[in-house]
Structures are given as structure tokens and as C-alpha cells.
Design a protein around this ligand. Structure first.
Ligand SMILES: C[S@@+](CC[C@H](N)C(=O)[O-])C[C@H]1O[C@@H](n2cnc3c(N)ncnc32)[C@H](O)[C@@H]1O
Length: 239
């Protein structure tokens, strides 16, 4: 995590390249870290324990919620949420991350182009309620998504967003939420352990207040102090 390798500057193009290299390495049976970026797939191929632990705050006893997973990568969270009986909408810029997700989980899909915005490819799973949009998060909206969301599962996605893009990230997010939405946000605050000038960036308690404070309530649900810093989970709800 404390890696300062230049290749860890991961903006959209670099993410796409990383996922493509990761996909090819996997196909070759190479399970070591990516020598170019030193980014490990294991950094984000695990089901979030915070999502599992705090699921009741997200679902709140509601059936068949529509849950948004921003920057979904190949996250196992997507299938886990769908397995709980909910519908998942993901958005991810890297086609190889999406391929990885469907292949790893042995889920078949149909790939189409969005009729609302043809810059998005749409991967609709067969036999399970998952739709992943391939495209830029920052241009995503409720029309492209086919409606607003009952909830959000955000694990380390806001951490990926540099400080100067965070207000825009939140604006897009809030435009996607129904008024009674429940947004589970897990993020790292590396604090003084953060020695690298690249992604992932910090999320402090102050950041959460500043970003959501005017329009939402935020409740701290969990706080785990580790050798890397503090991992916190918040419940965010529109006011
Ligand atoms: C740290 S990973 C997200 C991890 C994921 N939330 C999880 O739980 O495993 C960040 C993801 O965001 C994607 N990404 C980065 N910028 C993006 C953008 N502007 N639009 C859509 N996806 C983006 C990357 O390709 C990458 O898969």
C-alpha cells in the first residue's frame, strides 16, 4: 500500500491498461504482481467484510433494492449483492475488468450499446440481476442507468478519486439517488502512513462531512485501526 512506484498513478487510461495486462497475465497463469505498476489484483478482488457486516444498513429490510456499485472493477461485491436478491447496477471504465468479473463468476451476459448514450456499452447478465455499464463514471446519469437507485455500495471507490474531482463525484452520485436511498461508504484514511503521492488517496471524517454535509446525513458505522491507517464505514442518507 505504501508503494511510491510511478506506475501507481492510475487514471482512466492507466486503469484500462492495467486491467488488460491483468487479464492477459491471468490467462497465462501468471499470478504474481504486475511488474509495471506493482498494483496487486488482491488489493480489490475480495468481498468487502464491511459490506457483509453492515448489509442491514444498506438494505434496511427492503426487498429487491436497486443497488449502485460505482467503479465496480471486477468486485465480488457485485455478485454478493445480487445473490442477496437485489438488482445491481455497476459502472466501470475498463472493459477487461468487466470481462474478468463475468468470467470469474461464470456468468453469461449480453453486450449492447446504450440507447441513451452510445458512449456506454451495457453488459446485462443472464440469470442474475446485474447490469454493468462500461464508460466514464463522471458522465453517468439516471437516464443512462434506467432510473434512480435505492442504495449504493462504495468500497474504496471514493478513495480512487483525487481531491479535485470529489465534488463532481458526489454530484453525480447524488443525482442517482432516490430520496430514501442508503449509501454505504467504506474508505481508507491512511493518515500519516500515506507516503505516496498517487492513488489511493485519503478519506478522512472531515472529508466526508465536507462532501456530503449540506445535502446528506452521515453516520459513522465502523472504524478499524490497522497498520495502514483507519478503515471507516459510513451510512450516508439524503436529508
Ligand atoms: C479501486 S478500484 C474499485 C474497487 C471496487 N470498488 C472494489 O470494491 O473492488 C477502481 C476502479 O475504478 C475504475 N475507474 C477509475 N476511474 C473511472 C472512471 N472515471 N469511470 C469509471 N470507472 C473508473 C478502474 O478501472 C477500477 O476498476
Amino acid at each position: 500500500m505504501g508503494d511510491t512506484v510511478k506506475g501507481r498513478v492510475l487514471y482512466k487510461k492507466e486503469w484500462k491498461d492495467w486491467w488488460e495486462r491483468n487479464y492477459e497475465r491471468k490467462a497465462r497463469g501468471d499470478r504474481g504482481p504486475d511488474t509495471e505498476s506493482k498494483l496487486n489484483e488482491s488489493d480489490f478482488n475480495e468481498l468487502s467484510p464491511m459490506l457483509v457486516k453492515h448489509r442491514d444498513f444498506l438494505f434496511a429490510g427492503r426487498e429487491k433494492c436497486r443497488i449502485f456499485v460505482p467503479l465496480s472493477g471486477a468486485s465480488p461485491n457485485v455478485k454478493w449483492i445480487a445473490d442477496q436478491g437485489h438488482a445491481v447496477v455497476g459502472v466501470e471504465c475498463a472493459p477487461y475488468a468487466i470481462l474478468d468479473f463475468f468470467e470469474t463468476n461464470s456468468i453469461e451476459y449480453i453486450k449492447t450499446v446504450s440507447k441513451v448514450d452510445p458512449s456506454y456499452n451495457v453488459y446485462t447478465a443472464k440469470g442474475i440481476d446485474i447490469v454493468i455499464f462500461e464508460g466514464d463514471y463522471f458522465n453517468f446519469n439516471a437516464d443512462i442507468a434506467g432510473g434512480k437507485m435505492d442504495g449504493v455500495s462504495d468500497t474504496a471507490s471514493l478513495n480512487t478519486i483525487p481531491f479535485n474531482k470529489r465534488e463532481e463525484y458526489v454530484t453525480v452520485m447524488l443525482s442517482l439517488l432516490k430520496s430514501d436511498s442508503r449509501y454505504l461508504l467504506s474508505g481508507w484514511d491512511f493518515g500519516e502512513f500515506r507516503t505516496w503521492p498517487y492513488n489511493p488517496w485519503n478519506i478522512s471524517k472531515k472529508d466526508v462531512k465536507k462532501l456530503f454535509g449540506d445535502k446528506c446525513t452521515s453516520t459513522l458505522l465502523d472504524e478499524n485501526v490497522t497498520q495502514w491507517g483507519v478503515d471507516r464505514t459510513f451510512l450516508i442518507q439524503p436529508k
